[in-house]
Write a protein that binds this ligand. Structure first.
Ligand code: KIV
Ligand code: ZN
Length: 395
């Protein structure tokens, strides 16, 4: 049986980035090939394990983009998506084969809803197609991933049979997508656990998870999958993707980094200090802005607004911060000054600006600051400087 290019050691989770494929399926996001190459270079710098570069059969432009990325990018595995047809698989192989680490990713839906509506076939026919097309892909490429689309709504015993068959046919990674973001973390974790326990040849492949965010559960479901044995996780930068998006890479990776004891040392090899620049690049090129309160990389993720929080942070940053901003590539946390700011934060900012005063003067200054903050809502350094000048005794 072909060996995976990436046999994950037990305590490492492989990061499979699909920003350029599922991420680009976000409504309104269309990237030019040159932009995709820029993002692929950045993903390699981030040190992801696999880049899903596109869907080569879908258009000549996508084929060319996947081929360019496969030719240039070294380090990560370069993968292309294909339906379970020989034409799709041939196109993917032609696009990725120039890579030092090519992967063919082929998929077919396994839930009864999809089988009935899209294929009008029986379960056995679907199983046969999956097995035959994985064998076909494996005759070309040693690294083959199979995805059971809508696995989250697939009858588990049928799913086990499909997984066993595709592993026998040569799949080195089997991906379990929650395609419509329907499952709940405990339930999705149970599904992965069932696969680990019930599929006899499961140890011959890496089990992967791919979660969508329709109920806001994509990160939690991915982590539940990891806790139950998945060792590859599919995700995108900023969580972009079909409908409500895919699981956000930065959230999954930072959860593992911030809570090593909870996750029993399961880790990734992502260079997290590149997250912020990667997030900015993806947002700029896709024209999909990031909400300010987005976990990890949102503009407010390291901004402490209220007086009580600012005071606590200044006394000990771990009162209100569970990770350091430097870990994601941000220079420092922010204490924005506004109506809810306290004296400690104002004083700390004045010190940083080199403006010192007696305690009595500080009491005056703080009153004036509060009046200004009520009007302006956000008080900038230049406002503090001009207030300071106004309150100086005239010579
Ligand atoms: O969500 C999904 O099921 C997919 C597959 C093609 C992996 O994106
Ligand atoms: Zn998807």
């Amino acid at each position: 049986m072909p060996e995976s290019a990436l046999n994950s050691p037990d305590n490492r989770v492989l990061i499979f980035d699909t920003t350029l494929r599922d991420g680009e399926q976000s409504a309104g996001a269309s990237l030019k090939n040159q932009e995709k190459l820029l993002i692929a270079r950045q993903l390699a710098k981030l040190n992801v394990d696999v880049i899903e570069a596109g869907f080569p059969f879908s258009s000549p432009g996508d084929f060319e983009s996947v081929r360019q990325i496969a030719a240039e990018i070294e380090g990560p595995v370069i993968c292309g998506l294909s339906r379970t047809t020989p034409q799709d698989i041939d196109a993917t192989w032609d696009a990725v084969k120039v890579s030092k680490k090519p992967r063919i990713h082929t998929f077919i839906a396994t839930s009864d809803i999809h089988i009935a509506a899209k294929f009008k076939k029986t379960r056995d026919e679907i199983l046969g197609i999956a097995r035959d097309m994985v064998a076909y892909a494996a005759s070309k490429c040693a690294d083959v991933e199979f995805s059971a689309e809508d696995a989250g709504r697939t009858e588990p015993y049928f799913l086990y049979k499909v997984i066993e068959a595709v592993i026998d046919a040569g799949a080195t990674t089997v991906n379990i997508p929650d395609t419509v973001g329907y499952t709940i973390p405990e339930e999705f974790g149970r599904l992965i656990k069932g696969i680990m326990l019930q599929v006899p040849n499961v140890h011959k492949a890496v089990i992967s998870v791919h979660c969508h965010n329709d109920l806001g559960m994509a990160t939690a479901n991915s982590l539940a999958g990891i806790l139950n044995g998945a060792r590859q996780v599919e995700c995108t930068i900023n969580g972009i993707g079909e409908r409500a998006g895919n699981a956000a890479m930065e959230e999954i990776v930072m959860a593992l980094k911030v809570r090593p004891a909870y996750f029993e040392g399961i880790h990734t090899q992502v260079q997290t200090e590149h997250f912020l620049e990667t997030s900015h690049m993806v947002s700029e090129l896709t024209h999909i802005s990031v909400q300010p309160n987005k976990a990890i990389i949102g503009e407010n993720a390291f901004a402490h607004e209220s007086g009580i929080h600012q005071d606590g942070f200044l006394k000990g940053r771990d009162t209100y911060e569970i990770m350091q901003p430097e870990w994601i590539g941000l220079n420092e946390s922010m204490l924005p000054l506004g109506p809810r700011s306290g004296r400690a934060a104002v004083k700390a900012r004045l010190n940083r600006l080199g403006l010192s005063m007696t305690d009595d003067d500080m009491a005056h200054f703080f009153n004036a600051f509060k009046q200004l903050a009520d009007v302006k809502k956000r008080v900038e350094d230049s406002d503090l400087e001009s207030l300071f000048r106004q309150l100086q005794p005239q010579a």
